[in-house]
Design a binder for this molecule. Structure first.
Ligand code: PMP
Length: 427
């Protein structure tokens, strides 16, 4: 019997999984067609259920900084699993991973492990509220922080301070405690803090917003945010779920030279296993139970297999000085794509190993300046790239990732594929 096609698997999946998937963007709604069902991956490539090989620039949306099935992680996971897959009790790797994070990241003096980025941000916000005794939080449009109720919130209309739910199922009464500002606007920040700073527990931002395209911020803007938070006693939370351990040992905080009060991690920290973490100074983190009064817990938190994977990933990054290698590869992408960009119907932005096909001629810094129609043109480009065995994210608003498994030849292949796909789409 021949193996099922992606379309057949998707039809089966749709009968038992809402939308056929376990997370929405995977469903290919923005680009059309059937999602690819991965069957295996090695290095920069994966093989789908139909036996086709693709050059991957999604890399599990960020965790696979060493590529698929890196030997150090496979070995660590196998060995840890053989010792037991879960204890629900402290384990040695958990302490070692925490020590390493505290050593590397400027903001994390103590960390707590959770199992996803969503949980990390949700819990960091709770401890911020508990530590400050304030309820309001501030976020920025164009940033994503997972799917907890307080963060699925969009800006209210006009000059209204209160946010409104951006998802059905989120009570308006929850959303009103979240305020939403546009990025890249110091005046809006100052005005807002003057009015609301004193009642705001925490301002949460992706220091390198990478969930609505790549909206690289001006350093002065982030400095202003840092200063205003300090002035008003509002904690600053850098959501480094994407950037943590990817941009540098000390993440975006190190690269920008700005130390937040709280930091959240996910993705790379688990080497592909479900891990998140949040950290900050003892004065804030000690508000957590069992020592403090802010409750937070998890049966699988600090899971031994996940901790082993995360440790192997971070140690390998350091041993290989991966951050320099990734920056060199990124610079090579700048060079090769830059040389043909004038002839292509899109722009490009990059920081470290994160890049994005931006709107033509733009390097946008806020979600509001993005054109409304990015999706249609991207869908055709995506399809044409797939036919060439190149896998970019199935949405124009998702960034792409380089890993240490990608080579210059892979970058050449991507750029060549983009040139050919763009020519095909324009015909
Ligand atoms: N914060 C950021 C910056 C993210 O990019 C994501 C996921 N893309 C999250 C939080 C949520 O993480 P998770 O999907 O692991 O819940």
């Amino acid at each position: 019997m021949s193996s099922p096609t992606n379309a057949e698997l998707f039809a089966r999946a749709r009968r038992v999984l809402p939308g056929g998937v376990s997370s929405p963007v995977r469903a290919f709604k923005a680009v059309g067609g059937s999602p690819l069902f991965y069957s295996s991956g090695k290095g920069a490539e994966f093989v789908d259920a139909e036996g086709m090989t693709y050059l991957d620039f999604v890399m599990s949306w960020g965790p696979l900084i060493l590529g698929h099935a890196h030997e150090s992680i496979v070995a660590a996971v196998s060995a840890a699993a053989a010792r037991g897959t879960s204890f629900g009790a402290p384990c040695v790797d958990e302490v070692e991973l925490a020590e390493l994070i505290v050593d590397w990241h400027p903001a994390a003096k103590k960390v707590r492990f959770v199992s996803s980025g969503t949980e990390a941000v949700m819990s960091a916000i709770r401890v911020a509220r508990g530590a400050t005794g304030r309820d309001r939080i501030l976020k920025f449009s164009g940033c994503y922080h997972g799917h907890s109720d307080s963060l699925l919130v969009a800006a209210g209309s006009g000059l209204v301070t209160f946010g409104k739910p951006s998802s059905a199922g989120v009570p308006a009464d929850f959303a009103r405690w979240t305020s939403v500002l546009e990025l890249d606007d110091e005046n809006a920040l100052e005005h807002w803090f003057d009015e609301n700073g004193a009642e705001t527990a925490v301002a949460v931002i992706e220091p390198v917003p990478a969930n609505n395209g790549l909206l690289l911020q001006r350093k002065e803007y982030l400095n202003t945010l840092r200063e205003l938070c300090t002035k008003h006693g509002t904690l600053l939370l850098f959501d480094e779920v994407i950037t943590g351990f990817r941009l540098a040992r000390g993440g975006a905080s190190e690269v920008l030279g700005i130390t937040p009060d709280l930091v959240t991690f996910g993705k790379v920290i688990g080497g592909g296993m479900p891990v998140g973490a949040f950290g900050g100074p003892a004065a804030i983190m000690d508000h957590l139970a069992p020592d403090g009064s802010v409750y937070q817990a998890g049966t699988l938190s600090g899971n031994p297999v996940a901790m082993a994977a995360g440790l192997a990933c971070l140690r390998t990054l350091e041993a290989q000085d991966a951050w320099s290698t990734l920056e060199e590869l990124g610079a090579y992408l700048d060079e090769t794509l830059g040389a043909v960009l004038d002839d292509l119907p899109f722009g490009y932005s990059r920081i470290g190993s994160i890049f994005w096909l931006a709107p033509e001629g733009q390097q946008p810094r806020s979600a509001e300046v993005l054109p409304a129609d990015l999706g249609a043109a991207y869908a055709e480009l995506h399809k044409s790239l797939l036919e060439r065995g190149i896998y970019l994210a199935p949405s124009a608003y998702e960034v792409a990732f380089l890993s240490t498994a990608h080579t210059r030849a892979d970058v050449d292949r991507l750029v060549d594929g983009l040139v050919r796909a763009a020519a095909e789409v324009s015909r």
